[in-house]
Design a protein around this ligand. Structure first.
Ligand code: SF4
Length: 349
């Protein structure tokens, strides 16, 4: 595996999770249940934790939503980020209630004194603030075009407000729905400031297209060494966002503590149901935090050889399936035993 050289950013802590400064790249998501419904929020966040989500954001549309924070924090195990727009009172209430970080664009709060109030409290409680600029939130009165420059200038407008208050626990995101604009924006921004980068493609789309678009955009950014925390934005379950995030990292060899399932494209030699077996195994291993590669190969002719670097794999042969480890055949198994054999082996490893 060729290691990726990461762009150096400063380190910021969200709760006990480090972001930037060479820390492991985290995968985060955002809840999509009602922010006032504590039971549903807890259920969803616990499910996301199981999928490996490291940081979770909730929308805080009003003061009442902030009242969910203490109860949530008691039941969940990952840091909680509050998404606040325009209203400084919500930001202050969220900090007072124990939020671990805020997503807030201070330029949207008109009065400087109100921003000062938030910054003062954030500093005192060591609460980082993410400046989250996306193509839809760029100030159109100042920056007319959808371009990398307008995303950067918009972010700098917000950043300078915090810097003026001597606040540096900042994380930045510059998301466009356009992959190339997003890439250029992050690339240029990285030459201007060393704040950790939250990367993503905004409004990427539905499960399949949005995952592909995110994989292309985030894949290129990560290859360039950019990105300290990622969010895949999908019109789908947040759990899907987290799973996709890990798959993107895993495909680049970045996140090592996850199980990768590879499978052959199938052809006339295929001797068993490769597609559905691979899909079932993918589901079974999705929450396992071990560095492993599993290969599901259609035939014995090419399977074990092609998947030589897999830790364990199966290859079909007439009516049976052969289990192999590192390309070496171990034993014959019945096709209906594949999942069980592989899972038992993962557990033992
Ligand atoms: S591993 Fe075998 S079945 Fe799969 S594509 Fe290659 S030759 Fe075909």
């Amino acid at each position: 595996m060729i290691p990726i050289k990461r762009h150096r950013t400063r380190k910021v802590y969200i709760g006990d999770v480090p972001v930037g400064g060479g820390s492991p790249i985290t995968v985060q998501s955002m809840t999509n249940t009602d922010s006032h419904n504590i039971k549903e929020l807890i259920e969803q966040i616990l499910e996301l934790e199981k999928a490996g989500c490291s940081l979770i954001r909730i929308a805080l549309p009003d003061m009442d939503a902030c009242d969910s924070i203490p109860a949530l924090k008691k039941r969940i195990h990952i840091p909680l980020i509050g998404d606040v727009h325009f209203d400084h009172r919500i930001a202050i209430r969220a900090i007072e209630k124990g939020i671990d970080a805020l997503r807030l664009n201070p330029g949207n709060i008109r009065e400087k004194e109100k921003v000062k109030g938030i910054v003062k409290l954030a500093k005192k409680r060591k609460i980082p603030i993410r400046i989250g600029v996306n193509s839809g939130s760029v100030d159109r009165r100042k920056y007319s075009s959808n371009s990398p420059e307008s995303l950067i200038k918009s972010a700098l407008d917000h950043i300078k407000i915090l810097e003026k208050e001597d606040f540096s626990d900042i994380i930045v995101s510059l998301k466009s729905t356009d992959v190339l604009i997003t890439i250029e924006a992050y690339k240029k921004f990285a030459t201007l400031r060393d704040y950790p980068l939250h990367i993503g493609i905004t409004e990427a789309g539905t499960r399949i297209y949005g995952s592909l678009k995110s994989a292309v955009g985030l894949g290129i950014l990560l290859y360039l060494g950019l990105g300290d925390t990622i969010r895949v934005s999908l019109s789908a379950s947040p759990v899907e966002e987290v799973t996709t995030g890990y798959r993107i990292l895993r495909s680049l060899g970045i996140y090592t503590r996850s199980v990768e399932v590879i499978s052959c494209p199938t052809c006339a030699r295929t001797a068993f149901d490769v597609e559905n077996t691979a899909l079932r195994i993918e589901t079974l291993v999705s929450g396992i935090r071990k560095r492993m590669k599993i290969a599901i190969m259609g035939c014995l002719v090419n399977g074990p050889g092609e998947a030589r670097d897999a830790d364990i794999g199966v290859a079909g042969s007439k009516n049976e399936v052969l289990l192999f480890k590192k390309g070496r055949l171990i034993k014959k198994i019945r096709p209906d035993r594949i999942e069980q054999e592989i899972m038992e082996w993962i557990k033992k490893s």
